[in-house]
Each structure stands twice: as structure tokens, then as C-alpha cells.
Ligand binder design. Structure first.
Ligand code: HEC
Length: 230
């Protein structure tokens, strides 16, 4: 794949409404867990949140294609055992290989700045609320707002997710399905190694040179300290 293919230009399709149309949620101008930038995506002619929910439902049906190469059964079994023995499974657990927890950036040790990106939302944060799901867009005056339940959530996880207060913020444990297709890795796509692991290192050595990151070499860089250091 050439780098240009990673950055597809999206032109509006005639007859299909754009998904960059916003409404003010009832919490406006406060920021909330539901609308951390204060606004919410919904187009005229749909119900509030209908497009976003439909897109989420669609994405929940996506499964990655099988790879062309398959390691033999013995290798796969060994890999599974190492994965358990190395405690990867303590975070990458369950069917999608994530326990869905946010891990402090200070613990996970990856590049920390993105984890704190939402810190200032703490100055304007309010309780989450949204219009009832049968509310049309444009939202009519007097539309009913409903509170979004958040009382069951762990307050420490919320602080971490938004880096509120003195929290450094964190990163959510990534699911590991389809890694063959998703190099480069980590939240910033910073872990990339090309087919030639001696020379093609990092984004400067791969994507910026028109070289697609190699999934096996890039994954190796996540566990091989020397390769990662480079
Ligand atoms: C303490 C919890 C935790 C443990 C233990 C852990 N991980 Fe992770 N893993 C994470 C988090 C959090 C991220 C996302 C970090 C980021 O993007 O900066 C991640 C990211 C990854 C990614 C990158 C996924 C992608 O799509 O970019 C891979 C691969 C991975 N972990 C594999 C492993 C393996 C293999 C082990 C065991 C050797 C392991 N992890 C142990 C929490 C953990």
C-alpha cells in the first residue's frame, strides 16, 4: 500500500447527507462525557443520534479478513501460552482482547501527551444529558432532555479518560483483533517497522518513504526493547 492510500479524500456523495452536521445537546454549552466538545453529530431529516448509532451497529458487525499466511498450529498454541504467561491477558482479555479499562499513561509508558489532551474540558464539564432518541432533527423547541446514566461508572476511570484534576490521563486497552491489517501500532501509530527491519524504522523510515509498515516486524518492535529503542 502506498501512503496516499492511507489518507483517502472523502468527497460528499450526492444524495447522501454529510455526517459533519451538528446539533446543540441539552447540556450545551457545558461539555459532557456524551459530548466532550459540546456538540453532537446529527443531520436534519434523521432522529437525534440515529446516524451515529447506526454506524456503531454497523461497525460491530465488521470482522477482519483472514490473512494469506497462517502459522502452523504448534506455533499458534505456543504464542497463546506466551500471551498468557506474559500476563498480556490481564488487560487484553475477553472475546475482543480488551478489558475496556483506561490505563494511566504513566503505567503503560507510551507517549503521554495525547492522554492529557482533554484535560481542559474539566473546566466546563457538566452532567451528561441528551434528547430522547425519537427527537427529530432540527430539534424542536421544548424537546425532552433525558439524563444519561453515569452513576455506575468508576469515577477514577472517568478522571483517567479525560485527564481531569491531577490525573495524567490514560489510554484504553486496545482490542487485538485484526492486527495483521492495522500496522502502525499504538494510539499515535508511532510503532512502525518495514519489511527491512534493519533500515525501515519508525514513521520516517516507512510511511514517509512510501513503505507500508510490516505487521510482524512492527509487532516485534512492541516487545523487542532494542528494536523499539531505535
Ligand atoms: C496493563 C495493561 C496491559 C498489559 C499487561 C498489556 N497491554 Fe497491550 N496495550 C495496553 C494499552 C493501554 C494499549 C494502548 C496503548 C497506546 O495506544 O498507547 C495496548 C496496546 C497494545 C498493542 C497495540 C495495538 C494497536 O492496535 O495499536 C498490542 C499489539 C499489544 N498491546 C499487545 C500486548 C502484548 C503482546 C502484551 C503482553 C506482552 C500486552 N499487550 C500487555 C494495555 C496492556
Amino acid at each position: 500500500m502506498k501512503p496516499s492510500q492511507f489518507f483517502a479524500k472523502v468527497d460528499p456523495t450526492p444524495g447522501v447527507p454529510g455526517v459533519n452536521e451538528m446539533i446543540k445537546p441539552p447540556s450545551f454549552p457545558k461539555l459532557t462525557m456524551m459530548a466532550p466538545d459540546g456538540l453532537y453529530i446529527s443531520s436534519p431529516g434523521y432522529k437525534v443520534g440515529e446516524q451515529v448509532n447506526a454506524m456503531a451497529a454497523y461497525q460491530n458487525t465488521i470482522v477482519p479478513p483472514a490473512g494469506k499466511q497462517q502459522a502452523n498450529g504448534r506455533t499458534l498454541k505456543m504464542g497463546q501460552e506466551v500471551f498468557k504467561r506474559a500476563q498480556c491477558i490481564s488487560c487484553h482479555a475477553g472475546d475482543a482482547f480488551t478489558n475496556n479499562r483506561v490505563v494511566p499513561s504513566t503505567v503503560i509508558g507510551t507517549e503521554p501527551s495525547r492522554a492529557a489532551a482533554l484535560k481542559k474540558t474539566g473546566n466546563m464539564f457538566g452532567p451528561a444529558s441528551m434528547y430522547a432518541p425519537d427527537t427529530p432533527v432540527p430539534v424542536p423547541p421544548g424537546a425532552k432532555a433525558v439524563a444519561v446514566p453515569t452513576g455506575h461508572l468508576d469515577p477514577e476511570q472517568i478522571k483517567l479518560a479525560f485527564a481531569h484534576g491531577d490525573s495524567p490521563g490514560g489510554y484504553k486497552v486496545k482490542g487485538l483483533i485484526g492486527l495483521l491489517w492495522t500496522a502502525p501500532y499504538l494510539h499515535d501509530g508511532g510503532v512502525a517497522v518495514g519489511p527491512d527491519a534493519a533500515k525501515q524504522i519508525g514513521i520516517p523510515g516507512t510511511l514517509l518513504q512510501g513503505v507500508a509498515p510490516d505487521p510482524a516486524n512492527s509487532l516485534r518492535a512492541l516487545v523487542d526493547k532494542q528494536l523499539r529503542q531505535k
